[in-house]
Write a protein that binds this ligand. Structure first.
Ligand code: SME
Length: 160
């Protein structure tokens, strides 16, 4: 099966899941599992924008539902790849994490990464989908396009 075919199947599966459930965490949990096992990634999960434990620091990304090894629990605005996608409100593809200044290494096995923002109704970022691979150059514009379509379905449901 081609990458496009796998993602087309994934999109349908996410649509079905979203029709039957409106709880954000439940949906994020099943969506991370679907993507992770369909595509064979190393780490697939969500970080959710929440008030910081230290109120003076505003909001931060807090670990949400994921599949894969234990990960960092909190990431600041503009920090690492996740914090950059949040700050710049765009999908960030990193072909080689060692070349990304400020990359947060939760796992020494991660070699390349993609982070896709999830937008709230007001256009602000409410979460990010973070996917890591153990190989270099795993993610392309095709991944970005399909993963953005997947998080759009998710966002529609969780923002209702
Ligand atoms: N590498 C990420 C941190 C999260 S872990 O990969 C799960 C980053 O720099 O944002």
């Amino acid at each position: 099966m081609s990458v496009e075919e796998k993602y087309e199947e994934l999109l349908q599966a996410v649509k079905s899941l979203a029709e039957g459930e409106s709880d954000a965490v439940a949906l994020m949990a099943n969506v991370s599992s679907l993507i992770h096992y369909a595509m064979g990634f190393w780490w697939t999960g969500f970080y959710i924008v929440k008030p910081s434990a230290d109120a003076a620091r505003g909001s931060e990304l807090v670990l949400g539902p994921f599949q894969g090894p234990v990960a960092c629990t909190r990431i600041g605005y503009g920090r690492g790849v996740c914090g950059t996608a949040w700050k710049e409100k765009r999908t960030v593809i990193v072909p080689d994490v060692e070349q990304f200044p400020g990359h947060i290494a939760c796992s020494s096995e991660s070699r390349s990464e993609i982070v896709v923002p999830v937008f709230g109704p007001d256009g602000s970022v409410c979460a990010v989908l973070d996917i890591d691979s153990r190989e270099l150059n795993t993610f392309s514009e095709t991944d970005a396009r399909y993963l953005e379509a997947i998080v759009l379905i998710l966002a529609k449901i969780i923002n209702e």
